[in-house]
Design a protein. Structure first.
Length: 161
């Protein structure tokens, strides 16, 4: 996904440039939006997954796209779980979608969890200065797990900052 910029008011009548997040870019008309339209999306995120207006990525994708499942990393989907505690699977109270735990009995999506998903979207902000469960999860998805699920059609999309 390319870096996108928007013009904004900075105060005092001055104009400035704002870098858009990945979720902001897919909210615009263009090939990035088209790439996700009509696809069944799974979303791996946490409270850092937000648009420029601080709307959570969950809410943006649920409203504008075909979001079918959520995946919870360490600390929970909405940051409600203490570190190092297992997270159970449940139904999200806001969307009614299943929330699959990636920090419990398993640390990576199973074939059953990925059933019915065309594109898995990853939106977790991480500065990458130490090895942490979020970057490890992304590594599992990219290099170890998804290529070994027997699914050749699953697409991974990262929403960058």
């Amino acid at each position: 996904m390319k870096r996108a910029e928007a013009t904004c008011e900075t105060g005092g009548g001055r104009r400035g440039t704002m870098v858009l997040t990945g979720v902001d870019v897919i909210g615009l008309d263009g090939k990035e939006r088209e790439h996700l339209m009509g696809k069944r999306l799974g979303l791996i995120t946490n409270p850092t997954g937000v648009a420029k207006n601080l709307r959570q990525t969950i809410d943006v994708l649920y409203k504008d796209f075909r979001l079918v499942a959520l995946f919870s990393p360490e600390h929970g989907l909405r940051g409600e779980v203490q570190d190092a505690l297992d997270i159970p699977e449940y139904l999200d109270g806001s969307t009614g979608l299943p929330v699959y735990s990636l920090y419990g009995a398993t640390r990576k999506p199973t074939s059953q969890m990925l059933n019915g998903i065309d594109t898995l979207v990853f939106d977790i902000q991480d500065i990458g200065v130490r090895f942490y469960s979020y970057i490890t999860l992304q590594w599992f998805l990219l290099w170890r797990h998804v290529p070994n699920t027997g699914r050749n059609s699953l697409c991974l999309t990262g929403l960058t900052r």
